[in-house]
Ligand binder design. Sequence first.
Ligand code: AMP
Ligand code: FES
Ligand code: ZN
Length: 307
Amino acid sequence: MKCRRCKSPAVIDVRRHNAAFCKDCFNHHCTEQVRRAIHDFKMLQPEERVLVAVSGGKDSLALWDLLLKAGYQADGLYVGLGIGEYSNESGRFARDFAQSRDLKLIEVDLPQQYGFDIPTGSEAARRAPCSACGLSKRHLFNQAAIDGEYDAVATGHNLDDEAAVLMGNVLRWEEGYLARQYPVLPASEGFAKKVKPLVKLGEREMAAYCVLNGIDYIIEECPMAAGNRHLGYKEILNQLEEQSPGAKTAFLTGFFDRAHQRFADVAVEERQTLQPCAHCDAPTTNDVCAFCRLQVRATGITIGTTS
Ligand code: AMP
Ligand code: FES
Ligand code: ZN
């Protein structure tokens, strides 16, 4: 197997590109895919300050590394979710990465600062752990970006993640989610801009990027995610990709290019009903935002008396 660019021995093949790469050319490939994603979707301007949400996993640490190499001013944000040893470990990987490169890492701790963790919070609110976790992360990423006056929050969602989420949204025709599923969501009143610069890179490429570049990351998956729907969709998409390389990219980019705009009206309608949360001021379609409602159910605090 020879590198497509320089013909020296290859270390990885990327079937959907019908290509193999040596280490240097693979790094060039990843850099290029991030540059193209940022350019094609007009995600970031060179001078913008970016807050990278880092979980300690391969995608977000690789993303932080790639954004810094591309010249962006990028700080990290780690959210401690209180998922036992998994959270302790993932925090260590995020901190070690930041310390070893002298980078700024902002930390938010859900149990310490908000009085609940994901396992107990999701149980008290009778929500699936990943749903309670997802809404908490979205809220806390946005809050940290606004507090720190960052121009954008970047997350490590990759091609596999986004294709699996799209499959879930299409299977249920979730119009609201489809309207918001895009690699860049512009800033609006109370919302920081959100960007996903890894949409053109797969899970396997991000693991290889970390290994080849000496980035240590948490390998274990979140224990609460076992059996969740998206893992099932990923398996199905992997089977499709095996039979027909490029299937995931075609599915996802076809949606972005040809279908996403059709759901735009739903997003506009939702935005018109937004108002500040009575408790925390975050934009919400209800009186109290979903995060504060979760906090109330998880901790028993009374809204209006606590802040
Ligand atoms: P997940 O929702 O676990 O699939 O993660 C998607 C993206 O969210 C990751 O690539 C990170 O950018 C970000 N993320 C997930 N968990 C955390 C966390 N605990 N702290 C900060 N960012 C996170
Ligand atoms: Fe959120 Fe696992 S990381 S439920
Ligand atoms: Zn709120």
